[in-house]
Structures are given as C-alpha cells and as structure tokens.
Design a protein around this ligand. Structure first.
Ligand code: ZN
Length: 309
C-alpha cells in the first residue's frame, strides 16, 4: 500500500470514499477525499482462475483493507468494472471472458453486504471519465466524450456532467463503431470495428506485419526514427483514429474529446498528426485533449460515483 502524492496530509478531513477499478488483470483501489484527492492506493491481482466468487472476494478484501486503513470514516464505496453495468442496480449486464462468470453479478449488492456501506457501480471507462471530469482533463467541460485507447477501445459519453448509459448501461461502446465494412473480424462478432484499427492490440498486429519481432513500442520507436514502413503504419492508425473521432463529434457534439488509455502515453508522437488529419477531414471544430490522470482515473472516478454526481 502506498500513500499517493502530497494529498497524504489531507487524511483526517471529513469523510472518505473508497474507489475501486476492476480490470481483467488487476483490481486497483484507493482512498479518496471529498475533494477528489487520492491519498492511499492499493491493488490486488484479478484472480480470474477463481471465477466470479474469487473476483468478488478479492474486491471485498481490497475494499475492507482500505476502509480499515482510513483514519476518518469511509462513507461510501464506488466501483468501476469492466463490462456493461446497469447503473440502477449496480449489476453486470454483460461482460467478456476477461472476467469469467461476470455477467449477471449483483456487484453493488454483494459489496454492500461485505462492507456495510452504500456501494455504487458503473463501467470502468465511465468511471475513468468521471475521474477526469472531477480532477483531471475534463474539469471544465460539461459535455465531453472520453476515449480510452488501450488493449481495446472504450468510451464514455457525457452530457451536462452525466454519463449517457443507454439501455442497461450498454452505451459508450465506441470501440465497436464500424469504420470498415467487411473489415477485420472483431471479438464482438462484427467486422471492421474501430478498435481493430486504433487499439494497442491493433498496433501490435500492425507492427508484427512489418517485422515478426516488432511490437507497438518498437513500431513507435522506428516511427520516431523515420522508418518508412513504421511511418505508413502510424499514419494509417492516425487516419482511422480521426475517422472515428469525426463521427463521435457529429453524433454527440461534445465540447471536447478527452483521449486517455495506455496508448495515450505515446501520443506525443502522433498528436500533431492527428490534429492535422482532423482539420483535413472536417470543418467541425474537434477539440482533442489528452487525459491527465493516467491509470488513476478509474479509482478517482469510482470514488466520485460513491460521492454522487
Ligand atoms: Zn467489435
């Protein structure tokens, strides 16, 4: 467990929230103040081999550890989880096998039983968007789209400070917008989904197509050195990324599009080129902003869920 940053002195102020971010490989958690300062962090490995019960147990163990570590009373728990989450019940409406047996899990109910506290649950990317809205890059925007470029591509659509959930929390699956009819087969069953061309997985595939031993990191390294094959691949990534962003701008009319996720770490290499591409493609003002909270956005946003929006 580690104290996070200068906020460590803030503990002892009035009431605290626990935020938890549940992913396929790790469960991250933290103690967050009423002002959105993350003052203590902890994590567990996601015990996928143990199935639903084991994953719930790991989340509960992390939540209770954090609650017990807090010097001032914890007044609520928020959880951001992979999968579509019904915001009314806090249950998992749909999830992939990254979290085995996760579909149908009454997460809010189970965690409320274990912690004795009110528990709010939403999708992990929705939670990350709330984190960016609370203390990060989206602080000044009421209506924004959050794009998480990671292993896949996740998203959150916000309007007037609220997440647009759609039916049972299934809105925001922007990675599965079709951008290439009859394109690459996606694990969702469709062909030509945006994430097949703009995710870390896509970049790894493109890198391997150039040289068998390349991955996305080496692709970006070669791109920075001016290797023509790497330049062509990254250009294609940027073009496909821009294509989806223009559609999002048209459909949701956000004030800004916040770009986060693991791939955003490389964005210094392609950001200018993306802005240029967007200007070529549309006369609409598409404002793109880099996310600020990195992989802490989910924990901070989950705490925001607990606090209420
Ligand atoms: Zn798909």
């Amino acid at each position: 467990m580690t104290a996070a940053g200068e906020g460590a002195n803030a503990q002892g102020a009035d009431g605290m929230y626990v935020g938890i971010d549940v992913g396929g490989s790790a469960i991250k958690g933290g103690l967050v103040t009423r002002r959105g300062e993350l003052i203590l962090e902890d994590a567990r490995r996601t015990p996928v081999e143990a199935g639903r019960a084991g994953i719930v147990e790991a989340i509960a163990d992390l939540a209770v550890t954090l609650i017990d570590s807090s010097r001032s009373p914890v007044i609520g728990v928020g959880i951001g989880s992979a999968g579509a989450i019904d915001p009314d019940t806090g249950s998992v409406s749909r999830a992939t096998d990254n979290l085995p047996g996760w579909t149908g899990t009454p997460l809010a109910e189970l965690l409320a039983e274990r912690t004795g506290l009110p528990v709010k649950v939403d999708n992990d990317v929705h939670a990350a968007a709330l984190g960016e809205a609370w203390t990060g890059a989206a602080k000044t925007y009421d209506s924004f789209v959050f794009v998480a470029l990671g292993t896949g591509v996740g998203g959150a659509l916000t309007s007037r400070g609220r997440i647009i959930h759609g039916f049972r929390g299934t809105a925001g699956e922007i990675g599965h917008m079709l951008i290439k009819p009859d394109g690459l087969l996606c694990n969702c069953g469709q062909r030509g989904c945006w994430e097949q061309y703009t995710s870390g997985t896509a970049l790894n595939r493109m890198a391997k197509e150039i040289e068998g031993f390349w991955d996305s990191h080496l692709l970006f390294k070669r791109f920075a050195e001016g290797d023509s094959r790497a330049v062509e691949a990254v250009d294609s990534f940027v073009k496909d990324l821009a294509t989806g962003l223009v559609s999002l701008q048209n459909v949701f009319g956000p004030e800004a599009i916040i770009i986060g996720g693991g791939l955003a770490q490389s964005s210094i290499l392609w950001w200018e080129s993306l802005e240029h591409r967007l200007k070529e493609m549309t006369t609409l003002p598409v404002t793109i902003i880099a996310a600020k909270l990195g992989n802490r956005a989910g924990v901070i946003g989950a705490a925001r869920l607990a606090k209420g929006i």
